[in-house]
Design a protein around this ligand. Structure first.
Ligand SMILES: [Zn+2]
Length: 230
């Protein structure tokens, strides 16, 4: 069963918990979901690239807490590891950002279409559009292999009907969840998550991108899980 490992589980200002980012280590493949400001440092401090030959970074959106150290990861792979990392994002804006940061050759960028599967060896991924910040393209990711089905929300203030209708098939949902609850919230308030997910399914849901310690307590009280840092 595929399960995500987490490098950080905090919201953008939650310095203690670090930027939310997950990875899958699959043989010589290192597959990273998002690469926020402190993630490159955590990857190196945990020696996660030591026995790796292929690096893949899948980016959900371009807020700094999701992409802030991608440039350092790219340079490190290219100049120190002598490998060219593979980056996945469904829009041209990541190419523009990396070009502005001085990258023209050190990475391979794939621009998969939204809602169409792409594969990294035996694992299948699919970007789906999510609502987060107006006028910004933000994506969740569906991850599938022969015996697992996972949904990773990226940052979003909702869960689509398509995902909610598949709760019986899905093994795990990793969902951006916050205690803060106000009109226009770009993240999913715990109150709203509780409305969306019936009690019987809550053990499949792992809250991430947490904004404070009280969220952890209240999410668990309501039957949800909270991701742990590896
Ligand atoms: Zn974020």
């Amino acid at each position: 069963m595929l399960k995500l490992n987490f490098l950080g589980r905090g919201s953008a200002f939650n310095i203690k918990e670090g930027n939310t980012s997950a990875y899958i280590k699959n043989g010589k493949d290192f597959i990273l979901l998002d690469c926020g400001e402190d993630i490159f440092e955590r990857i190196i401090n945990n020696n996660l690239l030591n026995d790796v030959s292929n690096v893949y970074a899948i980016i959900t959106h371009l807020n700094s807490d999701h992409v802030g150290s991608l440039s350092s990861l790219i340079y490190y792979c290219y100049y120190i590891k002598k490998i060219t990392p593979n980056i996945y994002f469904p829009g041209a804006e990541l190419q523009q950002l990396l070009n502005l940061m001085g990258h023209y050759k050190e990475f391979n960028l794939t621009l998969p279409e939204v809602a169409i599967n792409f594969n990294i060896n035996n694992i299948c991924f699919k970007f789906i559009q999510v609502t987060h910040i107006e006028k910004m393209n933000c994506y969740g990711i569906i991850i599938k292999d022969e015996d697992s089905l996972i949904y990773y929300s990226g940052d979003s203030n909702n869960i689509s009907k398509d995902i909610l209708n598949k709760l019986n098939e899905i093994d795990y949902i990793y969902q951006d969840t916050c205690l803060a609850d106000y009109r226009g919230n770009p993240h999913l308030a715990l109150r709203k998550l509780s409305e969306l997910i019936a009690k019987e399914w809550r053990s499949k849901v792992y809250c991430m991108h947490i904004d404070n310690d009280e969220l952890i307590t209240q999410a668990r009280e309501q039957g949800f899980n909270v991701v742990e840092i590896n």
